[in-house]
Write a protein that binds this ligand. Sequence first.
Ligand code: NAD
Length: 339
Amino acid sequence: KKLGIALVGLGGYSTYQLAPALQDTEHCYLAGVVTGTPEKEKIWVNKYNIPKENIYNYDNFDSIKDNKAIDIVYVVLPNSMHADFSIRAARAGKHVICEKPMAMNVEECDAIIDACKKAGVKLGMGYRLHSEPYTQEVKRFVREKTFGNIRYISADAGYYSGSSPGQWRLNRKLSGGGALVNMGVYAIQSLIYGTGENPISVSAQEFSTRPAYFKETDETITAQFQFDSGAFGTIMTSHNVNANRLHAKCERGWFELDPASTYIPLAGRTSNGGLNFKQESQQKLQMDDFAMHILFDAPNLAPGEMGKRDMMIVEAIYKSISEDGKKQALNFEPAYGFS
Ligand code: NAD
């Protein structure tokens, strides 16, 4: 059986990544869409042959509970709408994939997790890299200590945003934050799977070179992390700098991905030589992995707790910035948020 996915929000990511990927998935397919823009309905019906009864808008969305063709609702809306639609999807009895960042704050993450637990549905984050081979190789280096213990890790994630001041990503009410919530979550993730540990503390600083453009949201943030093993790390995230990299210094060598979190192709090297993996759509792999979690009880590679953990780190970073870089303790159970 192939599970039916309904995409909620037909913006850039649904249009150019998720819908095309769903043409190649083995365990799920594009069964429906939920859109607030009536003109898009016809386009999607024609392009993907979606039955009219599987098209919803934001108002009649809750009636999706009666539609047996939809097994999974994938929330691909501006961040401020993630919690509302994820919770409504769970209440409709549908499994949920929620895009990153999980929500506007930790409280909303809890509400999503609770709603999915209560409804007995599965919850996964749109963290596509956990299904991606270069990232899995990094996790293997860490697990098998290929280069010994990790001593220092750094990760950058950013891009230059320069010509679209009206976009929702720069509107705090819709985004919940700037570069940190949009791209910084990738750098935070890199640090965690690149060390195999949750951090125990963070201090952070914010920089702005174009305050007239970034009126409400952070432009650039750096943050320093400590880990229980003694490893330490730094991240840089920005809406002003094109950067996309993970680099780890270990006891006996190093490993690096650059780029580390773009769609395709990732690339990597180690002190032993280059890495070379088959390139496939990360979104295809991610959605198939989640479908296999539902169908065959395969591991949930990016559970809701992982999204919540990252939001807890985001909140600690903003708190540190508001306290002029003061170190914030982070108290996670060792395995919290890992799959
Ligand atoms: P987008 O701006 O291209 O699309 C947003 C969609 O939301 C549009 O269809 C728009 O019509 C709809 N929308 C509803 N209410 C809106 C409002 N008040 N303001 C603006 N748009 C509104 O955004 P996107 O790039 O598709 O991002 C959507 C989500 O997916 C975000 O949470 C983003 O972080 C996430 N995303 C994840 C990845 C990834 O690699 N995992 C990549 C891109 C985006």
